[in-house]
Design a protein around this ligand. Structure first.
Ligand SMILES: [Zn+2]
Length: 318
């Protein structure tokens, strides 16, 4: 068969002289954008990419020149001999994996994904593919993230304790995805936070897509403030700070950290690969070398990295 995959301008899947680009920097061929985080969105739109309605809206907030074709999740589209379908990735609202089929073979590209449930987006859809191209953010065995429900409870408990001490609180969270989950967790504990401008823009869009989020009006004073992670170290000392990130399992942020992640941890990655049951795995983004080694060792599935500028002919499976 004449499939190839390569990693350069995003991930390129080629079949009989036709190309599909997955999360490219420049969308100069038929392209699919998995979700609206900036490291997955094209910097330059040459040919309009395809993505879900939610991804189109969020990407447009960050980059007004982002224009795209909207593709419905779960519906196959034909592109020059390929069949392409988007299925939920469970990472942030609108995030998808891409299933590409041609010549009776299937390739699944995960983008960023999470297996555990998320309070503000759909759970992941897992399906079989012959070739799997998976993210490897937490592809190192030591990265075991605690159960989300436990982390949410610890976070709420800590916030309530600070409020009892009359402290004001900064919560550091990525503006898209994590911040909205933080709002939802606080709302469930009857706390309505104040939010930064960027968090407000994304959160208002979440509301448009039916996710109920309560946050204060711009001029209202709040006791809990949700803002991007990078501004937390610079904030005033009369606040107590915390961050919400999976990296809190191993990194010191100089404040309270809660390991709430939007990515699969190592155990989830292994369970996911086992469930997809591919003949071949390529690992990208993160601890790809370690993950490929562990997939070979533990699951006895052929696995390797797909490093930048590397091209693989998919002739080694059938
Ligand atoms: Zn992401």
């Amino acid at each position: 068969m004449s499939f190839t995959v390569s990693h350069g301008n995003g991930i390129a899947v080629k079949y009989k002289n036709q190309t599909i680009l997955l999360d490219p920097n420049f969308s100069d061929f038929t392209s699919i954008v998995s979700h609206a985080h900036s490291d997955h969105c094209p910097e330059e739109i040459i040919k309009k990419p395809y993505c879900t309605e939610e991804t189109a809206e969020f990407a447009n907030i960050r980059n007004p020149s982002f224009h795209s074709h909207v593709m419905k999740e779960g519906k196959s589209m034909k592109f020059d001999g390929f069949s392409v379908k988007l299925i939920s990735a469970g990472h942030i609202l609108g995030s998808t994996q891409t299933v590409i089929e041609a010549d009776g073979k299937s390739i699944l590209y995960t983008g960023d994904f999470k297996v555990r449930e998320n309070l503000t987006c759909k759970k992941i859809d897992i399906q079989h593919a012959d070739v799997l191209i998976t993210e490897a953010t937490y592809g190192y065995p030591a990265y075991q993230i605690p159960d989300s429900e436990i982390v949410r409870r610890e976070f709420v408990k800590w916030v309530e304790e600070q409020l009892k001490k009359n402290k004001k609180i900064n919560v550091g969270a990525y503006s898209l995805g994590k911040a909205q989950e933080a709002i939802k967790i606080l709302n469930d504990a009857k706390i309505v936070p104040q939010v930064s401008d960027m968090v407000r823009k994304f959160s208002e869009s979440y509301r448009k897509f039916g996710i109920k989020l309560d946050f204060l009006e711009k001029d209202e004073d709040g006791e809990v403030f949700i803002k991007p992670m990078h501004v937390i170290p610079q904030t005033k000392s009369d606040f107590v700070n915390c961050v919400l990130t999976g990296w809190a399992v191993s990194r010191d942020y100089g404040c309270q950290g809660f390991a709430l992640s939007d990515h699969a941890d190592f155990r989830e990655l292994m369970e996911f690969v086992e469930a997809v049951n591919p003949k071949r795995v390529y690992c990208v983004h993160g601890y790809e070398n370690v993950l490929a080694k562990e997939i070979r060792r533990r699951l006895k599935i052929q696995a390797s990295t797909l490093t930048h500028r590397q091209q693989k002919l998919l002739t080694d499976f059938s």
